[in-house]
Design a protein around this ligand. Structure first.
Ligand code: NA7
Length: 545
């Protein structure tokens, strides 16, 4: 790299989504010179890019926000339980304006590489505008689901229609009316967009690889009284969020699904189904993710709902999932299964009849050819490590993160925030943290607060360099994996395990599943014990080394 050093900062944050914005706010509040770099033209992160029809969040809005500022909690009012993407993006814009963050964000700028400079104990960070900047600390707020996955279908270049990925959607409205549309993928993005696209398109063909369990979102406008009560009780809500497994204020029934009779169970599931939302997974039984038999009761309940909803039994059969419920990310829907009762929708099983190639006029499977004007890839993301590997991050001996983690096969972190060999480097929502299985904004706040407290400690103690010890990260990674192995998660191929990406090696389970309260406690203990598990080097020690 022969690039000029523009200037020098205490902290560089990569990204200006939920994570980057709060990190910038907090580090700046603490008196550190901080700048965030963001590839988009504006704030929002995934909520800036994911503008596909029907895009919503699967955490209820009153919880899917920051909790650090009482003022912000009181000022902002969500319109409905699961508002669409534009409202979430407006919220992030409001937050950025309220705290005057834009002046310290450089937009339209991608961080391409970062090298740790051993001599000065600083990061040299390279940008796609051919400049670079030096910072003492490098913090990634790149998200877990921001590196889009477009399967390598033969012939895509030859396609004469339009094609889009849900996670990189054009800012202008895509017009589906009168068009023959194909959607590949039936994860959250497919399930959210399919019912909306079906209403407009002349014909919609869904290319399904794995059927999914979806529970109704039952979105509705919030009643002003409900909003008032929520705002009055936010401290209590926050306490519940911080003390629940998934950082949402849900408490599961304190019993196994198998302790109830089939009648009692049906009632519990039916109530949860009628309420809709993330409570079906989070507030029914406490062993759905541990016991195959318990899990099957929830899975079969949903399968029966699919059988009841979809009129054509052959189509219903194709839609029945077989994996353990909630071991792929649980999905909320708005008339997803009902959409298959429409005359203009065709469901294909591409496990049985695989996509062979994209042709100039559409998609050819092993058995047939489908003419399409628009092709939508709802094919997900290279999760967790994908966004980190897009940046060439070189640690103290020059090894990149991608090399150290062997393309993901040997991902190792300490507390999901740091990794050995990469000093003064912190990941917000990194692998082996609970973040993607928790309510993400809350998980982000906890990470940023921990990192900020750590940086303050280093500054107070004149410590120049902090680095996870190898044995500490090995123990954390092993512990993280052990916790996961006691659950049903590793038994299912999913983006959690990397199985959705062709050729991505799978390693240990990359999400900490002991729950948010236990995780917080572990992080706090490490801090209280003077950052146990880290090497720390004071200024004067550099000469001794
Ligand atoms: P997901 O949940 O990863 O879903 C991607 C979908 O695309 C899923 O149904 C995949 O099938 C399918 N897919 C991926 N590659 C292919 C190929 N090559 N052929 C056919 N089908 C394919 O991504 P989403 O964007 O929906 O949601 C991501 C997260 O965002 C979600 O979990 C929430 O946390 C928010 P598969 O199941 O792998 O067989």
């Amino acid at each position: 790299h022969d690039k000029t050093q523009a200037t020098s900062l205490d902290v560089v944050v990569i990204g200006a989504g939920f994570a980057g914005l709060y990190a910038l706010y907090r580090f700046r509040e603490d008196g550190f010179s901080t700048r965030a770099y963001e590839e988009g033209e504006n704030v929002g992160g995934v909520w800036y890019w994911s503008r596909y029809p029907g895009a919503r969040c699967d955490s209820e809005s009153i919880y899917y926000n920051y909790t650090f500022s009482d003022e912000l909690l009181q000022e902002w009012t969500w319109s409905s339980r699961y508002p669409e993407q534009p409202e979430i993006l407006s919220y992030l814009n409001y937050m950025a304006d309220k705290f005057d963050l834009r002046q310290d964000i450089q937009f339209k700028t991608r961080v391409t590489a970062a090298h740790f400079d051993n001599e000065h104990n600083r990061w040299q960070i390279y940008l796609n505008d051919d400049t670079s900047i030096s910072a003492k600390y490098l913090i990634t707020g790149v998200g877990c689901l921001s590196a889009t996955n477009i399967p390598d279908f033969k012939g895509l270049d030859s396609f004469e229609g339009e094609w889009y990925h849900t996670g990189n959607w054009p800012h202008e409205k895509v017009k589906f009316d009168g068009k023959r549309v194909g959607v590949i993928g039936t994860g959250s993005s497919g399930v959210q967009s399919i019912p909306v696209i079906a209403q407009e398109a002349s014909h919609l063909t869904v290319f399904q690889r794995t059927p999914q369990y979806a529970v109704p979102a039952r979105n509705h406008a919030y009643d002003p009284n409900f909003i008032r009560q929520t705002k009055e009780n936010y401290n209590e809500i926050k306490r519940k969020m911080y003390n629940s497994w998934g950082a949402l204020p849900f408490v599961p029934h304190n019993r196994s699904a198998l302790e109830d009779t089939p009648e009692e169970r049906r009632k519990v599931y039916e109530d949860a189904w009628q309420k809709g939302g993330e409570g079906f997974a989070a507030a029914t039984y406490n062993d759905l993710l541990f016991s195959e038999e318990s899990n099957e009761t929830a899975s079969e309940f949903i399968r029966n709902k699919i059988r009841e909803t979809v009129h054509d039994p052959e189509v219903a059969e194709k839609l029945l999932p077989t994996h353990y419920y909630a071991t792929k990310r649980p999905i909320l829907d708005t008339y997803y299964y009902e959409t298959y009762n429409r005359d203009n929708v065709t469901l294909l099983d591409v496990k049985k009849d695989p996509v062979e190639e994209v042709t100039p006029s559409g998609v050819r499977t092993a058995e047939a050819e489908y003419d399409l004007d628009i092709l939508v890839f709802a094919t997900g993301y290279d999760g967790m490590t994908g966004p980190l590997f897009k940046i060439d991050i070189h640690g103290e001996d020059g090894t990149t993160l991608k090399e150290k983690w062997k393309d993901g096969a040997e991902t190792r972190t300490y507390l999901g925030m740091t990794t050995a060999g990469f000093p003064n480097f912190f990941m917000i929502t990194g692998p082996e943290s609970p973040s993607v299985l928790a309510n993400v904004p809350t998980a982000i706040e906890q990470h940023v607060n921990w990192i900020a407290n750590c940086i303050q400690y280093l500054s107070d103690h004149e410590i120049e360099k902090i680095e996870a010890k190898e044995e500490a990260e090995e123990a954390w990674s092993e512990h993280c994996n052990e916790v996961a192995q006691a659950t049903l998660f590793p038994k299912t191929e999913s983006w959690y395990t990397g199985a959705n990406i062709a050729g991505k090696p799978s390693g240990r389970f990359p999400i900490y599943l002991a729950g948010f309260p236990i995780y917080r406690q572990k992080c706090n203990e490490v801090a209280a014990n003077g950052y146990e598990g880290f090497w720390m080097y004071k200024k004067e020690m550099r000469n001794i080394e």
